[in-house]
Design a protein around this ligand. Structure first.
Ligand code: IYR
Length: 222
């Protein structure tokens, strides 16, 4: 791929009214997204997961390196192993690694060290970040702004999951290097997030959270 080639932008302009409507509609859609911690075992077509991941992979990235790998894990034995190791780390975290303030902050979410969704959701996506790449001669070639790039891609992944009518959770077992081992990932990759994806469990409830108002999150400098 060469940076010297330029093509015309595939741009779609909307009228200001249509723009407002589209912005309102998209906000309405995204404001209904919630993290879900209990999944149905109902199956989801792989084609939908493929498209969601392709959407995430349209994210901008440092020097267009796309420094991510989405590992989609359905294998039951592998998932049982991942759950076992995640719960082991989580138990230590909840019992001794997390501060009292942290545990208190988590109380409204009702989380604990038990992670059944790792086995129950039809898919778990383990997002890997690629710290560097390899040249043909085996030497290392750096990637840039890897955390920013992968964070943006995951944001787009979550939007695509929600848009498709599925639910997800951004789970961060910590420390999570056991994932790289369990999935036999190459040396340039580090686990970033574990995301179960599927239908919500029937009648699932979510914490009654409030989102910050626009004024609390936005400052205009006119
Ligand atoms: N990783 C743990 C703890 C946890 C931490 C934060 I910050 C959360 O927003 C939610 C949970 C867990 O998954 O339970």
């Amino acid at each position: 791929m060469t940076n010297e080639a330029f093509i015309s932008l595939d741009y779609q302009e909307y009228s200001p009214e249509e723009m407002q409507q589209r912005a309102d509609d998209f906000y309405g859609l995204m404001n209904r997204r919630r993290s879900v911690r209990a999944f149905s075992n109902r199956q989801v077509d792989r084609g939908i997961i493929d498209r969601i991941i392709q959407t995430a992979s349209t994210a901008p990235s440092g020097a267009h390196k796309q420094p991510w790998t989405f590992c989609v894990v359905t294998n039951p034995e592998l998932r049982a192993e991942i759950r076992k190791q995640a719960e082991h780390e989580e138990r230590i975290s909840y019992e001794s690694r997390m501060s009292d303030k942290w545990l208190k902050d988590l109380e409204p979410l009702g989380t604990d060290a038990i992670k059944p969704y790792i086995e129950e959701a039809p898919y778990i996506i383990v997002v890997m970040k690629q710290l560097f790449d390899w040249e043909a001669d085996g030497s290392k070639h750096p990637n840039y702004y890897v955390n920013e790039s992968v964070g943006i891609a995951v944001g787009m992944l979550l939007a695509a999951i929600h848009n498709a009518g599925l639910v997800a959770l951004t789970h961060t077992p910590s420390p999570m290097n056991f994932l790289a081992k369990a999935l036999k990932r190459p040396e340039n990759e580090r686990p970033y997030l574990l995301i179960p994806v599927g239908y919500p469990a029937p009648d699932v409830e979510v914490p009654a959270l409030k989102r910050k108002s626009l004024n609390e999150v936005c400052v205009y400098y006119d």
